[in-house]
Ligand binder design. Sequence first.
Ligand code: SF4
Length: 75
Amino acid sequence: MANKVKKIEVERELCIGAASCVGVAPEAFELDEENIAIVKSGWESLDDDTLIAAAQSCPTKAIFLYDEKGEQIYP
Ligand code: SF4
């Protein structure tokens, strides 16, 4: 099945640098110099389940996932 997730955004105001997302999907997320998560290039190679699990792991729901129509998948 083709991946539904086509766009990821991290809401910087919400991110507290807990790095749960990095733990679940280190290929997709890393912390920048301000300890805020950023989306790494190459995240597209991960499957939906991993991306959704990473977003769900975020304690502040700072990770937003969108499909190809721009509809929000999560949260
Ligand atoms: S899990 Fe959430 S709060 Fe933690 S670094 Fe990732 S986006 Fe930020």
